[in-house]
Design a protein around this ligand. Structure first.
Ligand SMILES: [Zn+2]
Length: 355
């Protein structure tokens, strides 16, 4: 397996599996930061691309497909529906068994995004690619992956280990004080934070069009990605939120970094004012408007967990009995701590890993 991008430093997800004459790519992202693409010029044609979920750092590099021979793209229906037209899509189950180029694959929900999955390929004694996962989400369901001897694992948070309840405790004073703008990805933690606000009795939740669309999607086609028995709650949330109209209440809008969408306009309007408070809850991309607002102290950063904590990744390594672990989406400086945490598994960030 060649780790083209996404291991050893923050960057777009892109990995290449080569076995028995077949070439299978896992994810093809863009960023962070925006404009950063995997280097695929020397890769040549591949036989298939498999996508774990629809976030930009996993699917934003599809403009590179012609360089890769325009292969078929495997993903769940929810993810395929949102891709640009003209792509040759092949559906994978959200939770079940499928086949990619004759290789059996098992999938399960990733607890992270609508239509998002982890994949376990029947290669050697099993290869697990988690994409992005989260075991703590109160919105998106997470199916524990089965055993696999090699695990390419979401370690976005490195050795960070604070629980989601702590994220809420830190955010709550800002919610109480109001007005508050939360720049969020609409197809990720946006609806999740909105649900938490509803559960805490907030009736002053305001959202942009992207969030409205995402909530509607969760009520309809993407409901399979949700925890059981919260469909009615999501419908209640979708019915109670209102469009953003001035600085009041708790506002959720995209994009998360202010480079596009409603936040691009709202940052322009509010960056020189003292209200509303602006709190970023995810990775702040360097050189973006979000980064500028945090550095100038106009906005704050307060993480909302959407990736596994260290205790979650340790539990996953034990449960899957992985002998080789490749920590993805974190800096190389985390390697020593993760190697100690995952022992006795072999932990590597080498460019090429034999499976
Ligand atoms: Zn993601």
């Amino acid at each position: 397996m060649r780790l083209i991008s996404g291991v050893g430093a923050k960057g777009p997800a892109c990995f290449l599996l080569e076995m028995a004459g077949k070439r299978l790519m896992l994810d093809l992202g863009e960023g962070p930061p925006p404009g950063l693409f995997p280097k695929v010029d020397d890769i040549g044609p591949i036989d298939a691309l498999v996508l774990s979920h629809g976030h930009r750092d996993h699917v934003g590099g599809l403009s590179l497909l012609p360089k890769l021979g325009n292969p078929p793209v495997y993903a769940t229906e929810v993810v395929l529906r949102a891709l640009p037209k003209g792509i040759s899509g092949r559906p994978l189950p959200v939770r079940g068994r499928g086949d990619v180029l004759g290789i059996a694959v098992e999938t399960g929900r990733n607890g992270h995004a609508p239509g998002g999955i982890w994949l376990r390929f029947a290669i050697g004694d099993g290869l697990l690619y988690t994409g992005d996962i989260c075991a703590e989400s109160t919105l998106y369901a997470y199916d524990p992956p089965p055993p696999a001897s090699t695990a390419l694992l979401d370690c976005s948070y490195g050795a960070y280990d604070a629980p989601l309840a702590e994220c809420w405790r830190k955010l709550e004073p800002f919610v109480e004080r109001g007005p508050l703008l939360l720049p969020v990805p609409a197809n990720g933690r946006g609806p999740e934070i909105a649900l938490e606000l509803l559960r805490h009795g907030r009736t002053d939740i305001f959202i942009d069009d992207a969030m409205q669309k995402a909530l509607q999607q969760l009520c309809d086609g993407a409901s399979i990605s949700l925890h059981d028995n919260i469909g009615d709650e999501i419908k209640r949330l979708a019915a109670s939120v209102k469009p953003i109209d001035g600085a009041r209440g708790v506002m959720l809008a995209g994009s998360a970094d202010g480079t596009s969408g409603a936040t691009k306009r709202l940052f322009g309007e509010w960056q020189d004012k003292s209200e509303p408070a602006i709190v970023f809850t995810g990775y702040v991309n360097p050189t973006t408007p979000a980064d500028h607002l945090v550095k100038s102290a106009r906005a704050q950063f307060m993480r909302w967990n959407v990736h596994p904590r260290l205790s979650d990744t340790i539990a996953l390594v034990r449960a899957t009995q992985a002998k080789t672990v490749i920590p993805a989406f974190c800096d190389r400086s985390q390697l020593t701590a993760l190697a100690a945490a995952f022992a006795p598994a072999r932990v590597t960030m080498d460019d090429d890993v034999a499976i």
